[in-house]
Design a protein. Structure first.
Length: 327
């Protein structure tokens, strides 16, 4: 919108020329028309901010309606009216000047219109900046929320992960075991737990050093991860002991899975770069709901089965009760 442009629609030619001369001398660019239809065309082309309209012209009321449809926000209208014309507040004009009017009154009305348009424009600029700020703030909040979510996820992962091996830690194992036991008890599902212990691991630390022992633990964990299914929870239970939760698995299935692991560990050679290391593993298996009352009971039975495998010569899979499976 050009603030310096005024459209004058006046049927009396001498008045139109007089007003134009006054406005031009005050620095305004004044457009004149004696026809409201042409006035619409001038509005579309030059977009004046202020319109001076003679209400005695034909089509003046329709002209106002069309102007409001085109731009109700950025146009102020000042009406020229005859002395006996009724006051029409519903037309939404800023001022109503009855002919003959003082030119000073017209100039004051135009200044008032400019002030109103200026405040409105200032408000619009403020609203635009506010919207831009709001959008920027929203994006910043989204970014910070995503960063916080990511940080929380990393913290959660660290809190449940064993630093050395990358397997879940003992605390998380018991969280998952409690959930699994409750679910199995509620829905009558099968559930087995196996506990694995690397045979003679102390001799590796004593003879080859703890760095080599750490290497073996990491490689052993990688082997386990590659041989258990998604949904089966592998955790470092303590030292060289590991535990696995096997959902929807009975004792026979647990023994079968454990035997597969035992054989793979037995045949695996761990190369440190300078050393080739062979290890074996003893494994205890316990099934929930088979003489097992609760979470602690299933762990106790798996531990006892592991102890049984160790006492029977190691490199074995055992359960209580059940047949041992040896090399």
């Amino acid at each position: 919108m050009e603030r310096g442009t005024i459209l004058l629609l006046e049927g009396e030619e001498h008045l139109a020329e007089s007003v134009k001369l006054t406005l031009d001398s005050n620095g305004y660019d004044t457009l004149i028309s004696k026809d409201t239809e042409k006035g619409i065309a001038l509005c579309n082309k030059f977009k004046p901010g202020i319109i001076l309209l003679d209400m005695t012209m034909n089509g003046s009321t329709d002209f106002i309606k069309k102007i409001r449809e085109l731009d109700n926000e950025n146009v102020e209208i000042i009406l020229f009216m005859s002395q006996d014309a009724p006051y029409c507040p519903d037309l939404g004009a800023l001022r109503y000047l009855r002919k003959p009017f003082e030119i000073e009154d017209l100039i004051c009305s135009i200044k008032e219109a400019e002030d109103k348009l200026g405040l409105r424009d200032e408000r619009n600029r403020f609203l635009i900046k506010l919207m831009e700020y709001s959008e920027g703030l929203e994006k910043l909040v989204e970014k910070k929320t995503a960063q916080l979510t990511s940080a929380n996820e990393r913290l959660r992962a660290l809190s449940v992960t064993d630093d050395l091996t990358g397997a879940y830690n003992r605390r998380y194992f018991f969280e998952r075991l409690e959930e699994s036991v409750n679910q199995a008890a509620r829905y009558g599902l099968k559930l087995s737990v196996i506990i694995l212990d690397i045979d003679n691991f102390k001799s590796i630390n004593d003879c080859m050093g703890h760095l080599t022992g750490d290497f073996v633990l990491r490689e052993f964990t990688a082997l386990l991860k590659n041989n258990f299914r998604k949904g089966e929870t592998l955790a470092r239970y303590g030292g060289e002991e590991f535990a696995v939760i096997l959902p929807n698995t009975d004792e026979a299935g647990g023994l079968k899975a454990a035997e597969i692991i035992r054989k793979k560990v037995e045949s695996k050679v761990f190369f440190t770069g300078t050393e080739a290391i062979n290890i074996t593993v003893s494994i205890g298996v316990a099934e929930f709901n088979k003489g097992v009352k609760d979470l602690d009971d299933v762990i106790v039975r798996a531990d006892m089965a592991l102890y049984r495998a160790k006492n029977a010569g190691k490199n074995m899979v055992s359960s209580l009760p059940g047949k041992d499976k040896s090399a």
